[in-house]
Design a protein around this ligand. Structure first.
Ligand SMILES: Nc1ncnc2c1ncn2[C@@H]1O[C@H](COP(=O)(O)OP(=O)(O)OP(=O)(O)O)[C@@H](O)[C@H]1O
Length: 551
């Protein structure tokens, strides 16, 4: 009745390369990092389902002054400090089913070689020159700032300080001899790129913001630090007194994974980045300028997302207001956390994290609505043989007009049921559109709305009140279950990139009634008198609960 979303034939050149930012290992991961990873993960899984060859890279950014200082404060060597924190990210991602294909650490040799090569290319083309930098620098952001990006503030002791307007972090005046990158020469090329490709940065407000930044001068900027100030980084080739700027080093990771410098073309030509808005300038100005300088293609899309906040403040390692994603994914299940983050996270605006909200959303939409529907449709009381029920065209004619004309004497379906089918028919293309534009919350809202409608369909016709001894009732009962199971099959298929474990269980249960029968053989069918009782009994007794209630 309701078809699967159309599956296209994979073609050899349909490649997709998605990346998260590589995460700075100055402290353990928090919910914000998991959000970036889950966003990239659903895109990767979705593209695989669409028949693409997809590659998904994540990893850790391990050089720079902040790491040097954090390792020193912990009394550890920088590399062993980085390894420990990097492992915590990796462990979190494995726990939450982040199905990355590459996990890169910037301390790896393959990356070291790629960065050296990239530097030499920029230098040989004349885009890097020896100069002297004098200006504002934020160690916290590892970022150079122009005077217009800085403002006055007072610290906790009342002392006057300068801070970055964007991050609020303290900045200091820095004067150093180092290498400069000719950023100033790229302003018009960057504007042409963005004006010619309105979808290069999404959502649109971030695209507009970058174009606004490009109205201002783009001064050349420093791409190295003196080695005596920063030892923990990749040395500038043929100049051991200088260390490569950590952002240049970090950004090249995307190329390293793609196989740079020898074999990157295949993947690099289909690169897409997922980044938080805090690092937009690095990805939308510096990175494309570096790529243009190296004569490499620009990323196809930069998907930007906003921040998770706590009490209105950005959740951040340095502020320390973090929520532990590992603990929460144990408490709410990995799929529960994935669903919540993607259901509530809105790319355009910040979102406040709150455990109570997690419980409410998961219980309402996954446990009660989706889980409840599945439990009802597979209940032994309604379908004792556990065989896939038949659809009866006379009970539910394919057209409402036909049903109204009374041609179908057995017609039981109502106008609302046809409405529901219309919604479910339209769902796959609507979800596809929202998945493509990374408005996942809209896709999940649409799925959740259809699940509610299907529950309404079951509730309206109360199959548990039908008399199975009456053949007309039996046909209608089977039809109700058949339609509901087909709807569930659609929901399970569409939810695969979001909640892979739940979708897997749901699809397995929809299709494997005989296995279910074997599993449930030992149970007393008398316990399944009503749907409500069956739901509870199923969850509590045999441990195969579909989606547990959160507390
Ligand atoms: N609060 C947040 N909400 C959403 N994503 C976040 C958040 N914090 C970090 N991220 C993601 O992690 C990326 C890198 O963040 P980073 O490692 O700098 O974390 P941080 O907590 O902001 O660290 P710090 O406080 O040291 O600056 C961001 O660009 C974004 O993709």
């Amino acid at each position: 009745m309701v078809r699967y979303p159309s599956t296209e034939i994979p073609s050899e050149d349909r490649t997709y390369y998605i990346t998260t930012p590589i995460f700075y290992v100055n402290a353990a991961p928090h919910i914000g990092h998991l959000y970036s990873a889950v966003t990239a993960d659903y895109l990767h899984r979705y593209k695989l389902l669409r028949g693409f060859k997809s590659r998904f890279a994540t990893g850790t950014d391990e050089h720079g002054l902040k790491i040097q200082q954090a390792a020193h404060a912990a009394g550890e060597e920088p590399l062993s400090f980085c390894t420990k924190v990097s492992e915590r990210f990796r462990h979190l991602f494995l726990t939450c089913n982040i199905s990355y294909t590459d996990y890169i650490r910037t301390t790896e040799m393959r990356h070291h070689s790629a960065v050296e090569h990239f530097w030499k290319v920029l230098q040989s083309k004349g885009f890097i020159y020896k100069g002297s930098y004098e200006g504002w620098y934020s160690t916290q952001d590892e970022s150079f700032l122009t005077p217009s990006q800085v403002s006055n503030a007072t610290d906790s002791s009342g002392k006057e300080i300068k801070i970055s307007l964007e991050s609020g972090h303290k900045v200091e005046w820095m004067k150093e001899d180092n290498y400069m990158f000719r950023l100033s020469g790229f302003r018009s090329q960057l504007r042409n790129w963005l004006e010619g490709d309105p979808r290069a940065i999404q959502p649109e407000r971030f695209h507009r913001a970058v174009l606004q930044w490009l109205q201002e001068d783009l001064p050349d900027f420093s791409v190295s630090r003196q080695r005596n100030r920063l030892q923990w980084g990749i040395p500038v080739p043929e100049d051991p007194d200088q260390t490569i700027y950590v952002w240049l080093d970090a950004l090249v990771n995307y190329l390293t994974v793609a196989g740079y410098p020898d074999a990157h073309s295949k993947w690099w030509s289909s690169a897409h980045h997922v980044v938080g808005k805090d690092i937009l300038r690095f990805h939308a100005i510096y990175w494309p300028a570096f790529l243009l300088a190296a004569d490499l293609p620009l990323p196809q899309t930069i998907h930007v997302h906003s921040h998770w906040t706590v009490g209105g403040k950005k959740m951040s390692k340095s502020l320390g207001n973090v929520v532990d994603p590992l603990e929460r994914s144990q408490r709410f299940t990995p799929d529960g956390m994935r669903y919540f983050l993607l259901r509530q996270g809105v790319p355009d605006t910040d979102c406040d994290y709150d455990d109570d909200k997690v419980v409410k959303v998961l219980n309402a939409e996954l446990t009660d609505s989706l889980g409840g529907l599945l439990n009802r449709c597979t209940a032994l009381s309604l379908n004792p043989t556990q065989v896939y029920p038949h659809f009866c065209n006379d009970s539910f004619p394919s057209q409402w007009a036909e049903a109204q004309e009374g041609r179908a004497l057995e017609r039981k379906a109502s106008a609302e049921d046809y409405h529901m089918l219309e919604s479910v028919r339209a769902l796959p293309s609507m979800v596809e559109q929202h998945y493509e534009s990374v408005h996942v919350y809209k896709a999940l809202e649409a799925i959740s709305g259809c699940v509610r409608q299907t529950n309404g369909f079951v509730q309206r016709h109360m199959p548990w009140k039908l008399d199975r001894a009456n053949s007309r009732d039996q046909k209608w009962l089977d039809t109700i279950l058949h339609v509901s199971l087909e709807c569930l099959r659609i929901y399970g298929t569409l939810l695969q990139p979001i909640v892979p474990e739940i979708a897997d269980k749901l699809l397995t249960r929809c299709s494997c009634f005989s296995i279910m029968q074997a599993m449930l053989m030992s149970r007393d069918p008398q316990q399944n008198v009503t749907c409500g009782q069956q739901d509870e009994a199923f969850i509590n007794e045999n441990g195969h609960g579909f989606i547990l209630k959160m507390t």
